[in-house]
Design a protein around this ligand. Structure first.
Ligand SMILES: *Cc1c(COP(=O)(O)O)cnc(C)c1O
Length: 334
């Protein structure tokens, strides 16, 4: 029985074609700047997203951390969503390792941060306060796509208030594919962007931080400091390049599968949140553990949560989604 794993889009296995690209990669010592494949990935993604420079790192957590630390000094502050990955799911790294104070704000229903609330949270220039330096957004935010006109307003707002603007774009390409725009239409508004290659794009490892040459030079120093300086990393960068060339447009299939899943569950009487990209949220209440166990017996891996998240990806096809719907229907009739 092949397992259907809906816990995250990080669970994908590299395809034979991706593995082939990896084994054929030219490599060198990237700490010396001599890995041609890493250099090609950095140059290529910086160009595609409209930045002067980029840096390949092992994880999205490190990419965000280096971005925050490159923008902010010890005693600075960044404004961020209460539910944002950089604030909630990265071990408090910005505070622990960067001495950067987070100012979390509640995320709005559409995944954005209310700019009036952000304005009210900016500290005056007064020695009582941390120095507010940066606004960090996330796109997609729990599967929601931030509207382009909101990004334009956030850009103008941060300029007017002397703040830098960082994007945790772990799923940037899901947002771009959903909007039907070039990713640059999104990234043009930001001073720095972190992109994960290891989520829906299907690479086994890797994220890339994009920004100005000065920002990336600073991030490169910090990367070495936190132990992210890899050597013949071209093996991994080759997977990222392959993913950018082959796995972007197909994200639309994941979105269609998420839609199909949501509709099926809705028809079966489950309370499902509206779906935009590859994430489906279902209210399971106190049945979270029960559905997890029930599905596991039928080869379906789920998380256990009252607000259950299911994520579609390249290793789950349409027929498998229909199987998942059938399993939920069977569960609801128990
Ligand atoms: C997964 C994720 C990250 C971090 O990526 P890792 O590679 O798991 O460290 C950052 N932000 C968001 C929104 C993510 O989903």
């Amino acid at each position: 029985m092949s397992v259907i794993d809906l816990r995250s889009d990080t669970v994908t296995q590299p395809t034979p074609a991706m593995l082939d690209a990896m084994t054929r990669a030219d490599t060198g010592d990237d700490v010396y700047g001599e890995d041609p494949t890493v250099n090609r990935l950095e140059t290529e993604l910086a160009k595609r997203l409209g930045f002067a420079a980029a840096l390949f790192v092992p994880t999205g957590t490190m990419s965000n951390l280096l971005g925050l630390m490159a923008h902010c000094e010890r005693g600075d502050e960044y404004i961020v969503g209460q539910q944002a990955h950089t604030y909630k799911y990265e071990g408090g790294g910005a505070a622990v390792l960067g001495s950067i104070q987070p100012q979390p704000l509640e995320v709005q229903a559409d995944g954005s941060l209310d700019l009036d609330q952000v304005a009210a949270a900016i500290k005056p220039d007064d020695f009582h306060f941390a120095r507010t330096r940066l606004l960090a957004l996330e796109n997609t935010m729990q599967g929601k796509v931030l509207p382009l006109d909101y990004l334009a307003r956030a850009r103008q707002f941060t300029r007017d208030n002397g703040l830098q603007l960082h994007l945790d774009g772990a799923r940037l390409y899901n947002a771009a594919v959903k909007l039907g725009v070039d990713a640059r239409e999104i990234t043009q508004y930001f001073d720095s962007v972190s992109v994960c290659l290891s989520k829906g794009l299907g690479a086994p490892v890797g994220s890339v931080l994009c920004g100005s040459s000065a920002l990336i030079a600073k991030a490169r120093r910090l990367r070495k400091m936190v132990g992210g300086g890899m050597r013949q990393a071209g093996l991994l960068a080759a997977a990222g390049l392959y993913a950018l060339d082959h796995n972007v447009e197909r994200l639309a299939d994941d979105h269609a599968n998420a839609q199909l899943l949501a509709e099926g569950l809705c028809e079966a009487g489950f309370s499902v949140e509206p779906v935009q990209t590859n994430m489906v949220y279902v209210q399971m209440g106190d049945r979270a553990e029960a559905i997890k166990a029930f599905a596991a017996e039928r080869g379906i891996k789920l998380s256990a949560a009252a607000r259950l998240r299911m994520v579609t990806h390249m290793d789950v096809n349409r027929a498998q989604i229909e199987q998942v719907v059938a399993t939920f229907v069977e569960f609801s009739r128990k």
